[in-house]
Design a protein. Structure first.
Length: 659
């Protein structure tokens, strides 16, 4: 996914002086009257980022996750089997399940109806005392009340006790009491409809594929549950349904569907340890990368945690122990490292526990110390049993790990050579790099430019105070098909690694990044798109932390120059070109199509593509690693068939083919 960023002229570019604000200690005006107590959900509306992370597209979708997770909790507790999510034509969300329904009736502590308390009071719900839910993802208890606070309107209906109960809210405030609106009949469960508040969110556009991916994951993690998605904003409506009896095994097969696997059947482990349920499935493929997804109570813990630590420890020790017993690794040889045994690994680790301890409201990392030992024990036993029953699979896994170990040693030597060579040279930076004067990484930019001629224009047109230029010519190595030792041996990639300063592989350190904006600048044609894709593959596979931190950007050079002689405007595509031509309304127009960056002079390149006051940049992110991994495998991997199928599927969407 990408996000369009424009820097307004008054924000100031790097290298320009910014105004300094002086604050006097003991300044008058800060008194007891300055202390505010925010009542009810007012705190959520005042500081939404504290509760949902942001008010952009991520925060918008977080509202959906909070509501869906309540239905998932009902399913995990054994009370629901169907979840239906609908994006209505007006952009609102309607989520229904066939669970127990939201409780109604007087709540003892507040004296209000329980339905109203759940939707208007933070830290209120059935997930604290253990009576409502033994396992849930909504530990912090702020879910649906936060959705209510940040919605223009919300309506909830609860079918239970033979009746359908309902209440409506406007920006978190009830419009009336909870009341029965009819007989429940055969109906049961909760239906929640809401529309995000345009006063809060920067965008109200829900992404169908983003929601579908999340629901697919939920169906994999909770086998036997039917989840459907309907988007009524299109005609006819788009529909997806998810139901998987195989659970995590089906999930791993889905993740590996376009890869050549080392063993046909994923290794599956399930164990209940007291109140904790542990599920793990993994399978090796012939790639050079590791892809592990981790979940705690269905929450995707993107930063891992104790469950991932336990899994990795068990994997490394179990494979080494088995390989030594089989004589594949001799007593005199060293053990395989964790990096060695994880090359080509695709795994899903899921734990469900009563009292999960997440780090932060975003729940990105699991912190329960006892979970590490529980997962490690379960995985070690499961791997040992599988390898004893399937020694052929075990030997193939060990052989791949040994090959990875040899390649890793070769990569270490190549990396050391790069470091020594840099230290011995008069300048530690590559010769083609035109560095900037600024030494503060936050105020420095690196343009990676396709071709020497374009690099020359960029060097002349840049602001040398804060913009560095690194020209790259010709097609670089496709790292999707290469191990790290070959990457380090590439004459085109090595200067880039040195210029960035982070190192690579085991020595990668994001804090050493020399430029906090790394910008890919290539021609607006097929060859340029290929160069960008190769570079993005390199960054995703070898410097993912740099991408996740928001440091990678794609420049947007114009494709057309429209001029009257006195006035000149630029267009990024045919549609924008036609609009500009209509607006100018002049007969003697000159329309120039840039075949490449080298056709622009230095002033044009600065004005259109490099000036922070006027340029457009796309920021590259890695929100959905499963989808990103799939696309890089299909587009850049060894197998031709998935790439051909993808091209066929996308063929009808192509409007302007550059051949």
């Amino acid at each position: 996914m990408t996000e369009t960023l424009r820097r307004a002229p008054d924000q100031g570019a790097a290298g320009q002086e910014r105004p300094t604000r002086r604050v006097r200690s003991g300044a008058s005006g800060y008194t007891a009257e300055s202390i505010q107590v925010l009542e009810g959900l007012e705190a959520v509306r005042r500081r939404p980022g504290m509760y949902i992370g942001s008010t952009d597209g991520r925060g918008l979708h977080h509202l959906v996750w909070e509501v869906v997770d309540n239905s998932i909790d009902e399913a995990m507790a054994g009370h629901a089997s169907r979840i239906e999510l609908r994006i209505a034509a007006d952009g609102s969300i309607v989520n229904s399940d066939d669970g127990r329904g939201v409780p109604v009736g007087r709540q003892r502590q507040t004296g209000k109806d329980a339905m109203e308390v759940v939707h208007t009071v933070l830290h209120a719900g059935g997930k604290f005392g253990g009576g409502g839910y033994k396992v849930s993802g909504g530990l912090h208890g702020v879910g649906v009340s936060v959705v209510n606070a940040l919605s223009e309107w919300l309506r909830v209906e609860s079918a239970r006790d033979g009746k359908v109960w309902a209440q409506e809210y406007v920006r978190g405030e009830p419009t009336g009491p909870v009341k029965a609106i009819g007989s429940a009949g055969e109906r049961k469960g909760t239906t929640t409809a809401f529309k995000p508040d345009p006063q809060v969110f920067e965008t109200l556009d829900f992404n169908f594929e983003t929601i579908a991916q999340r629901l697919r994951e939920s169906a994999y993690l909770n086998k036997g549950i039917w989840i459907s998605l309907v988007d009524e904003r299109t005609s006819p409506p788009r529909e997806r349904s998810f139901y998987f009896e195989g659970g995590l095994v089906s999930f791993v097969r889905h993740l590996n569907k376009d890869k050549d696997v080392l063993h046909q059947r994923p290794i599956s482990i399930e164990r209940r340890d007291g109140p904790t349920t542990i599920e793990v499935a993994f399978q090796y493929n012939d790639s050079f990368t590791e892809h592990v997804l981790a979940f705690a109570n269905n929450i995707n813990t993107v930063d891992g945690g104790t469950h991932v630590t336990g899994f990795r420890a068990a994997l490394t020790s179990s494979l080494n122990d088995w390989a030594r017993r089989q004589g594949i690794i001799k007593d005199s040889s060293g053990n395989l490292s964790g990096d060695d045994v994880r090359e080509g690994l695709t795994a899903v680790v899921s734990v469900k526990l009563m009292e999960p301890q997440f780090e932060g409201q975003t729940k990105a990392k699991l912190g329960n110390a006892d979970v590490k030992g529980q997962v490690q024990g379960a995985v070690a036993d499961g791997i040992t049993q599988y390898l004893e029953e399937n020694p052929g699979d075990g030997r193939r896994i060990i052989d791949k790990s040994l090959t990875a170990a040899r390649a890793r040693e070769a990569a270490r030597k190549a990396r050391d050579l790069v470091i020594r060579k840099s230290a011995l040279e008069s300048s530690a930076l590559p010769g083609k790099l035109a560095d900037c004067q600024e030494r503060d990484p936050e105020r420095s930019e690196l343009y990676i430019v396709e071709g020497d001629s374009a690099g020359g224009s960029a060097k002349q047109g840049r602001d040398r105070r804060f913009q560095a230029i690194l020209p790259m010519f010709g097609k670089m190595l496709n790292v999707e098909k290469a191990r790290l030792d070959r990457v380090l041996g590439s004459e085109k990639i090595r200067p880039l690694i040195i210029a960035l300063g982070t190192g690579i592989g085991d020595t990668f350190d994001l804090s050493r990044l020399r430029y906090h904006k790394v910008i890919l600048l290539a021609d607006a044609d097929v060859d340029g798109a290929h160069i960008r894709t190769l570079l993005m593959t390199f960054f995703y596979r070898n410097m993912l932390e740099l991408v996740e931190a928001g440091h990678l950007y794609i420049a947007q050079p114009p494709l057309f120059r429209v001029s009257t002689g006195k006035q000149t405007r630029y267009a990024h595509d045919e549609r924008e070109r036609d609009r500009i031509v209509r607006e100018m309304k002049v007969k003697n127009l000159t329309v120039q199509r840039f075949k490449g960056l080298g056709e622009m002079n230095a002033d044009q390149l600065w004005e259109t593509t490099m000036d922070p006051a006027t340029r457009t940049l796309l920021r590259v992110d890695a929100d959905d690693t499963s989808e990103a991994d799939h696309h890089f495998t299909v587009l850049m991997g060894e197998k031709v068939e998935p790439r051909r199928d993808w091209i066929k599927a996308q063929a009808r969407q192509v409007q302007n083919l550059d051949v």
